[in-house]
Design a protein around this ligand. Sequence first.
Ligand SMILES: O=C(O)CCC(=O)C(=O)O
Ligand SMILES: [Fe+2]
Length: 289
Amino acid sequence: MKLSEMNELYSKNGWMVLDLAHPETVFEVRDAMVSFLQESFFPTLEQLEDLHEHISDAEEYVKIHLALNGFFREQQFAKKIISSELDTFQKFIGPDLSVQTNPYLRVARPGVAGDNIGIHRDTFYGASPYELSVVVAYTDLNEDSALRVLSGSQGTPDDEIRFSEVSIDGVERGSPRHLAGIPYVARVVSPEVANEAVPIPITVGQVLVFGLATVHGQEINQGAGTRVTSDIRVVNGLAPFANKRTVADSYYTPLSISPVSEQAGFFSRTSQDNPNTPVMSVDKGFAGY
Ligand SMILES: O=C(O)CCC(=O)C(=O)O
Ligand SMILES: [Fe+2]
């Protein structure tokens, strides 16, 4: 897609779907996850869409989800996928890019509400509107199984989109499911707002990209197959984090840096007393360095 088209779509809607320039990277990641599951748990598993048929109960679901998420992180698949699309993201966001170090892999079985975190905007949880979520599909997602978004919601003020807190069955603070990305108290929009969000079908080889102030999510996977996606945060390394949150320095991994930022960084590191020295750390207001 041309940059002008991306800019137009994102500015209007707060989200867009991209055809990856290198879908083969995602196909490799998907196949590696299938092989991992076959070797470690389900020798007869043929495709990720069928995972729900192999998982016998809630306990096994948690075990599989954590193991697969652990494998995804160990292999640094997020960095690999975003690196192969570096040209696109640099064009769209800028030459200074950081990628989330340990993203969540989502495994949402058909008909199981507890596998989802509902319809929300991540600014509810302290994220910055400068951050993007790049949702990578490892299973094809149709109208019934796809994530939903509310177009244009990226500019709607917080007092017009309020959240209420709901506890999710069986998720305790610090529990395995909490660690696997399900909040113990989910912050979700009202049913009226949730009903306006529409599904965005994507296939393996495409990604759904949205800013973290855009309303999105899934209440329940109404499709026939398991949904497997990973949402990878990508951010301009120089973005000011308006809502400072307590993010560990390792939350983001720098992926690329412009020569100007690099040289400025060398100067800054040796000139801490100079009043013009920018403070290059997430906590102090810059992402990624
Ligand atoms: O995939 C999901 O279920 C949630 C994804 C999400 O909330 C995000 O990308 O911020
Ligand atoms: Fe989210």
